[in-house]
Design a protein around this ligand. Structure first.
Ligand code: FES
Length: 102
């Protein structure tokens, strides 16, 4: 069962930006890809780097610690699609970014 939680405002996340947020103990990375918001788990599966503090290039985020990359729409690593991060559904309600978390 999932629960939609407001995690940020749209004004917190300009196009091309990433953001780390926490909601009810779940660490989430938000991304603005050309005006559409996506959310993944914030913890890089390599060594735990904060993906929300990475660099977004198109729809791919690069981890700030060692450079692993993940597609923020699918959670898959382009170089090895078997390596993924969880993706979370996003909805926009007015100016609120809401993420459905487990
Ligand atoms: S912790 Fe993300 S690439 Fe190493």
């Amino acid at each position: 069962m999932t629960k939609a939680v407001t995690v940020a405002k749209l004004t917190d996340l300009e196009p091309g930006a990433c953001l780390s947020v926490e909601a009810e103990g779940v660490y989430i990375a938000l991304y603005n890809v050309d005006g559409t918001i996506y959310a993944t788990d914030n913890t890089c599966p390599h060594a735990g780097g904060p993906l929300g503090e990475g660099t977004l290039c198109g729809d791919v985020v690069e981890c700030p610690w060692h450079g692993w990359r993940f597609n923020v729409k699918t959670g898959k690593r382009p170089e090895n699609p078997d390596l993924t991060v969880d993706c979370y559904p996003v909805e926009i309600a007015g100016d609120d970014i809401r993420v459905s978390i487990p």
